[in-house]
Design a protein around this ligand. Structure first.
Ligand code: FAD
Length: 320
């Protein structure tokens, strides 16, 4: 089912990651039930993020496919794979019924750094976008579809297109060699067939809105979905800044540090994320993508406080 960001209410989506241990499944299944209850356009599942293995991603994606009415969106990366291996991996996901992807270059695996050769045959997300598109085209052969109103005529059509999203970086990518390289990379991914961009987290609405404007001026036409991460503790902020190399948001950091209890810190993070969501929507964002950290309560509180979803009125209706 294509991802539709064009119809009201405000399109929302979430990112989750596979559990680190078998024991984590029941809690995550419960989280998915709650996330599904607010009718997100999709729930995305990370692949090998932060250097972990991709092992359980497909299991989580198929759970979302079978147990909810929500579109599962699979992150896939270029890390450590040959062309043949990446081809087989994409086929495995397609065979399982997954038709929405987020094509990424990928983080270095545990023990490797950005300076190590960790990628494999594919060197960029744009190449992965092309490969997903090609594997799908080979798997689903072209068919002849009748042309309405023209008896006897047929056009060659492709069965079962896939949706391919890509990453975008409002504050630039840490490895970019010049100021516009991340926008050039986004243009390359769009040209390769991407239909949606999801941004790295950012802390100020102007970072996102300014980036979208620059991307549009450069020729990016695909929707750019703002990725918002509620930061609920100083420790999470530190870890996030280490991973993303985004500049420290001083006011948020001070507000988190000023609070003693985890509840009060969580309230600071929720209020900040809700305000950010409101501001980017007012600025024209096509929806809100929330990094859920496998916890439904915080992201649902953000949506509620931002006035996007009346969480209290919702029941787990999207659960079959
Ligand atoms: P690309 O589009 O290929 O390139 C990104 C940038 O790198 C370019 O803008 C360019 O400036 C720079 N660059 C590219 N090639 C070079 C080069 N040769 N030398 C110098 N600079 C270069 N990672 C995971 O492992 N698993 C995940 O599930 C995951 N999920 C993510 C979800 C989102 C929404 C985002 C924003 C990121 C995610 N990441 C994940 C992290 C991502 O893989 C890294 O940020 C990676 O470094 C860039 O990925 P990309 O797909 O944007 O790469």
């Amino acid at each position: 089912m294509p991802i539709d960001l064009s119809t009201p209410p405000v399109p929302i989506s979430f990112e989750v990651y596979p559990p680190r241990t078998e024991a984590g499944w029941p809690v995550l299944h419960e989280t998915i039930r709650h996330l599904a209850s607010v009718d997100p356009r999709f729930i995305s599942v990370t692949y090998g993020a932060g250097g972990s293995t991709g092992g359980r991603s497909l299991e989580l994606l198929t759970h979302i496919l079978r147990e909810t009415t929500v579109e599962p969106l699979a992150h896939l990366t270029c890390v450590g794979n040959t062309w043949a291996g990446a081809n087989a991996l994409i086929r495995e996901f397609l065979d399982a019924g997954i038709t929405s992807f987020l094509a990424l270059r990928g983080d270095p695996p545990v023990g490797a750094t950005e300076d190590d050769a960790f990628l494999g045959d594919l060197e960029s997300a744009a190449q992965l976008v092309q490969l997903i598109d090609r594997v799908q085209a080979e798997r689903e052969p072209y068919i002849e579809a009748p042309i309405p109103g023209v008896p006897g005529a047929a056009r060659v059509d492709r069965r079962g297109d896939v949706d391919i999203a890509v990453a975008a970086f409002p504050n630039g990518h840490p490895r970019s060699r010049h100021a516009t390289e991340h926008i050039d990379a986004l243009l390359a991914k769009q040209a390769a067939g991407a239909t949606l961009a999801i941004t790295q987290l950012f802390f100020h609405a102007d970072d996102y809105l300014g980036f979208v404007q620059r991307a549009r001026e450069a020729g990016v036409t695909i929707p750019i979905l703002p990725g918002i991460m509620p930061i609920t503790s100083p420790a999470r902020l530190r870890r996030t800044l280490e991973l993303t190399e985004v500049a420290r948001p001083d006011a948020l950091a001070a507000a988190l540090e000023a609070e003693e209890s985890s509840e009060a810190r969580r309230a600071v993070g929720v209020a900040h994320a809700a305000e950010l969501a409101r501001e980017v929507l007012e600025g024209g964002a096509p929806g809100i993508h929330l990094y859920a950290f496998n916890n439904h309560e915080t992201v649902l509180a953000v949506l509620h406080d931002a006035g996007i979803v009346d969480v209290r009125a919702r029941m787990p209706s999207a659960v079959r």
